[in-house]
Design a binder for this molecule. Structure first.
Ligand code: KG4
Ligand code: ZN
Length: 346
């Protein structure tokens, strides 16, 4: 089948996403977020997220079909996130997808959320050259991937050994008195001097590179920002938000982009793509563009709305699997909260 009509359902965290694609053409991408319900807790509350998915799922599905101007019976396949993510949240999407697949008698593809963050780029920039490197930066994951095939060949070159990049943004935002989720708030607040404080660049020293060349660590950075802020407050001094936010952001983006460039050099990849919520970050996009241009690397950056969690990324991954002749998932497939990135289809 050349251009299958595929529905994609995403519910791994706090966004209920329903997307519809025809091959690599995006027809609808409806996202309902429960982020407002988590703000007062300073992070995602799994039970609250699960209930919000239950409430948002059917309306999102109806809106997606209306936007794409299709009837569910026309679909060729249904794709859904099987993991990784919050168990209770994943189960809502998976149960919805199974019910649709069973009732409509359509094949089900239970796929990997992380591979979806990579696949979404196909909607905007077409087929991936191989090999290609992907920098995946989200609230739950931070990895460098070598992508030989989006449907069957993703290998992890390295990942964070502690906090994910988005998690560091969220935790530092809290220290700086900014609301959850912290990433977009720090992005906007970071208008000051990025060299105001020389925050540490995790796993970048020569000795660390021997063992952790493509790994990341952000927990020391988070602690360094907290200590710096505490000591200013102890001395009765103001915390210059724009400068501290810019200095923190520079430390994150410097390490992410340096290691991404090194991964391209090591694998011979001439293309680098970025995905996940933090890939929406303005400074990360600018620094990667600058460093990629210096090295003749082609940078593929999906538009910010496709970087954060959505259903279109799952739909397009499903469509690629259908075109490749991948075997549909069983209707009793389970959610896997810690699904590894190389298991693209369950
Ligand atoms: O990929 P995503 O939507 O959900 C997960 O799979 O985790 O990523 C959410 C993360 C959050 O930590 C959020 O603070 C971060 O992405 N984020 C950003 C930006 N927009 C979202 N971080 C930095 N700058 C942004 N503009
Ligand atoms: Zn995600």
């Amino acid at each position: 089948m050349a251009e299958p009509l595929v529905l994609g359902i995403e519910s791994s965290c706090d966004e209920t996403g329903v997307g519809i694609v025809r091959g690599r053409q995006l027809l609808a991408n409806e996202v309902a977020s429960s982020v407002e319900e988590h703000v007062r807790f300073g992070g995602v509350v799994p039970e609250v997220a699960s209930r919000a998915h239950l409430e948002a799922m059917v309306p999102a599905l109806e809106r997606a079909c209306a936007t794409a101007d299709i009837d569910l019976t026309e679909l060729d396949a249904i794709a859904v996130t099987a993991g990784p993510g919050l168990m209770g949240a994943l189960v809502v999407g998976l149960a919805t997808a199974k019910a649709l697949a069973y009732a409509l008698d359509k094949p089900l593809y239970a796929v990997n959320h992380l591979a979806g963050h990579v696949a979404v780029d196909l909607l905007e920039h077409g087929p991936l050259p191989t090999p290609c490197v992907a920098l995946l930066v989200s609230g739950g994951h931070t990895s460098l991937l070598r992508v030989n095939s989006i449907t069957s060949g993703i290998t992890e070159l390295g990942s964070t050994i502690d906090d994910a990049a988005g998690e560091a943004y969220d935790k530092v935002a809290r220290v700086l008195g900014l609301p959850y989720p912290g990433g977009p708030h720090i992005d906007r607040a970071a208008t000051g001097d990025p060299s105001y404080v020389a925050f540490p660049r995790g796993l970048s020293a020569r000795k660390d590179l021997l063992q952790h060349r493509f790994d990341f660590s952000f927990s020391g950075l988070k602690t360094a920002v907290a200590r710096w802020v505490e000591s200013r407050e102890r001395d009765g001094l103001d915390v210059p938000l724009a400068d501290v936010a810019a200095s923190f952001q520079e430390a994150v983006c410097d390490v992410l982009s340096a290691k991404a460039m090194d991964a391209c050099a090591a694998t011979g990849a001439t293309d680098l793509l970025i995905g996940g919520g933090v890939a929406a970050n303005g400074r990360l996009r600018a620094l990667l563009a600058e460093r990629a241009a210096e090295r003749g690397i082609n940078l593929r950056t999906p538009r910010p709305a496709l970087c954060t969690d959505n259903g279109a990324m799952i739909a397009v991954l499903g469509a690629e699997i259908v075109v490749d002749g991948g075997r549909p998932s069983s209707l009793d497939v389970g959610a896997d909260s810690s699904l590894p990135v190389h298991r693209i289809l369950c």
